[in-house]
Design a protein around this ligand. Structure first.
Ligand SMILES: [Zn+2]
Length: 197
């Protein structure tokens, strides 16, 4: 997996869908400029395959499920790497913007819990999973003491108003070897081995 920084702006300025962002990102993506995260070789990756992946976004006040065509590269060392821009959360069917929006509306107390779940078409247990993940990672990022002093809402506001969200996202990956809001750890090998010719 190769995480790609793509959000060099404040999240509050993004007015488009994850799908539109994804497609414009992929138009400018250059496989031959990549460095293989497994062997470290530069310029040794080429297009291997594509696979479909569904992602829930929130557009015009409603959840929308989109299908994204994810590119997988293969390096001359034999490892393959899916290309995931940083608004796609590994192993999550929900997009970054969707989850952050759920969290923001929750902490702003804009509606009842039942109303929130209805609006986003999520179950109560899904909401709890988002909340738990967010609170754990907020504490990981800030440290236990600072995390107690910073409210969830102000931490969220900081995320939305970072001059470059990608700076935060990539720093998070470097520190914790997983993406922000990623619930499952990456596999130990991190890279998928390909066998065959
Ligand atoms: Zn390689």
């Amino acid at each position: 997996m190769i995480r790609e920084n793509s959000l060099f702006c404040k999240l509050i300025h993004i007015k488009t869908s994850s799908k539109a962002l994804f497609e414009s990102f992929m138009v400018g993506f250059r496989p031959h400029l990549q460095t293989c995260p497994f062997c470290g070789a530069a310029g040794s990756c080429k297009i291997h395959a594509y696979y479909d992946r569904s992602l829930v976004d929130f557009i015009d006040g409603a959840p929308v499920r989109h299908s994204l065509c994810i590119l997988r590269l293969i390096c001359t060392c034999g490892h393959t790497h899916a290309i995931l821009p940083d608004f796609i959360i590994p192993y999550s069917g929900y997009g970054l913007f969707f989850i952050l929006r759920v969290l923001a509306e929750y902490f702003l107390h804009l509606s009842t819990i039942e109303g929130l779940c209805r609006r986003f078409s999520i179950t109560l247990s899904q909401l709890h999973r988002f909340l738990e993940l967010f609170l754990v990672q907020k504490e990981e990022w800030l440290g236990a003491l600072s995390s107690m002093e910073v409210s969830s809402l102000s931490f969220l506001k900081t995320l939305f108003s970072q001059p470059s969200y990608s700076d935060f996202a990539s720093a998070f990956v470097r520190r914790f070897a997983k993406s922000f809001l990623q619930s499952h750890k990456n596999p130990a090998s991190y890279c998928q081995q390909v066998f065959g010719p």
